[in-house]
Design a protein around this ligand. Structure first.
Ligand code: FAD
Length: 435
């Protein structure tokens, strides 16, 4: 019998899941892809609105109008689907959206997507057979735009709902005293309205830096408040750095960790996002779902107690599309029986041990899902276990080179154009470099 798979979300992860399911017609029925919005692309589908859609659901995309990718297209692409070679390496968001639409079209995914349909509940239904073997099916309840609710049964579920939508706003004592405008980067779209204003940007990771530069260029006076070591690379005039914000005083002024004070028109939180799966009951699934953590997930992918539920793309600081591609192929190999997972207790142990090691090394709990340098070994292991081609080594070299450039030239690193080379060419370049 063909397996029925529900896919939640038609962003990059959901499209990738659908593409690989459709290419295995002997094992899987065509998937049902549930998509809250009326478009594919998820994050990459720019929406000028903020707040909620007409149906009351929160706006999903955190994209801003002038965003250009922070990874070059050569490492962003799905391994089997290059971007248009005519394009520069760093792309405006519209090009990524076009790419995902093309991917969807090439693999004929669209007929399998239920647009404007939100998944409201995913519930396991466990049957214990006479021989004590357990089988789980999944009841997925969704609502379409007319409010019509439906519950269907699937053999497995892929959670591809993204994790850059639910703004994380840290607790700051006295926040209610602030007299100006408060917003999170999730609701930032463009810089012009901030011209001439003083803006305190909290957080200096990718979005904090990018948005500060946009704001300064539009004539805002920006205070970039962060807990990182002082940034030493050149920043545009109009941006000054400060220590983290620790409180808002009764009169609305802002107090920083170093004791200095400032007034501002705007507080802009670029402080990241929470994991949020309102359609899942963590307790029922044996999962701890917190703002910055979902655990235990074997291989950052599957709850040991429910090995037919998969979370695609949950890790941070990765090459997202290539990572999704590896995770999906591994997950499908588990489902079609070509890969066997270890027993539940063993998987739980492995996850516990890995997290414990990270905590022992001083990694904060909120950073436990950051993969960064570990992503290469992770993807290689998934590929080796499930028997698909590993990522070409040039992806890693390019990613690392871009990362270096970004640390030194945050304003200009996107001017460089890269080229993807074959494994053989890469090997000969590496040899030359060694000499
Ligand atoms: P999403 O793109 O978020 O898609 C999730 C989909 O699920 C959405 O379409 C949503 O509508 C749908 N959905 C959610 N809940 C439900 C529900 N209950 N029912 C039905 N549908 C639902 N990555 C890069 O590689 N390069 C970059 O330069 C880059 N820049 C970024 C800039 C910003 C501002 C942000 C926020 C992210 C950036 N990323 C970048 C990361 C980006 O999120 C990933 O590349 C990728 O697009 C994530 O895809 P996804 O499918 O996991 O999630």
């Amino acid at each position: 019998m063909l397996q029925r798979v529900a896919v939640i979300g038609a962003g990059a992860a959901g499209l990738c899941t659908a593409r690989h399911i459709l290419s295995r017609p002997n094992s899987f029925a065509p998937p049902v892809v549930f998509e809250l919005t009326s478009n594919v692309g998820g994050t990459w589908c720019y929406d000028e609105r903020i707040g909620t859609y007409d149906n009351g659901w929160p706006i999903h995309s955190s994209m801003y109008r002038d965003l250009r990718t922070n990874l070059p297209k050569e490492v962003m692409m799905f391994p089997d689907f290059p971007f248009d070679p005519q394009l520069n390496s760093f792309l405006p968001h519209q090009e990524v959206q076009r790419y995902l639409e093309k991917y969807c079209q090439s693999h004929n995914i669209r007929p399998h997507i239920r647009f404007s349909t939100v998944v409201e509940k995913v519930k396991p239904f466990v049957v214990t057979k006479e021989d004590k073997e357990k089988t789980t099916t999944w009841e997925v309840t969704s609502s379409d735009s007319s409010g019509f609710q439906k519950t269907e049964t699937f053999d497995s579920v892929f959670v591809c709902s993204g994790h850059y939508s639910d703004p994380h706003i840290p607790d700051i004592p006295g926040m209610g005293n602030f007299k100006g405008k408060v917003l999170h980067s999730h609701s930032y779209r463009f810089a012009e309205p901030f011209s001439g204003q003083s803006v305190v940007v909290l957080g200096a990771k990718a979005s904090g830096l990018d948005i500060s530069i946009e704001l300064a260029k539009a004539g805002a006076q920006v205070t970039l408040s962060h807990g990182r070591p002082r940034l030493t690379f050149p920043l545009p005039s109009g941006i000054q750095q400060s220590s983290p914000v620790v409180a808002i005083e009764d009169d609305g002024s802002i107090r920083f960790q170093d004791g200095s004070m400032a007034r501002a028109d705007v507080l802009m939180f670029c402080t990241g996002y929470n994991f949020s799966y309102p359609f899942l009951d963590g307790d029922q699934l044996g999962l701890e779902i917190q703002d910055h953590m979902v655990s235990p997930l074997y291989r950052f992918l599957v709850p040991p107690a429910f090995p037919s539920l998969f979370f695609i793309g949950i890790c941070k600081i990765i090459c997202p599309f290539p990572n999704f591609d590896c995770q999906v192929q591994f997950a499908l190999a588990v489902l079609d029986g070509s890969v066997s997972l270890p027993p539940q207790a063993e998987m739980e142990d492995e996850v516990r041990r890995a997290l414990h090691e990270k905590v022992e090394c001083g990694v904060q709990r909120r950073h436990l899902l950051i993969m960064d340098q570990d992503q290469w070994e992770y993807c290689r292991t998934l590929a080796q276990t499930a028997g698909f081609s590993p990522l070409p080594p040039v992806v890693r070299s390019l990613y690392e080179e871009v990362w270096r450039q970004r640390q030194v030239h945050p304003e200009n690193y996107r001017r460089i154009n890269y080229r993807l080379i074959s494994d053989t060419e890469w090997e000969s370049q590496e040899k030359q470099r060694m000499c």
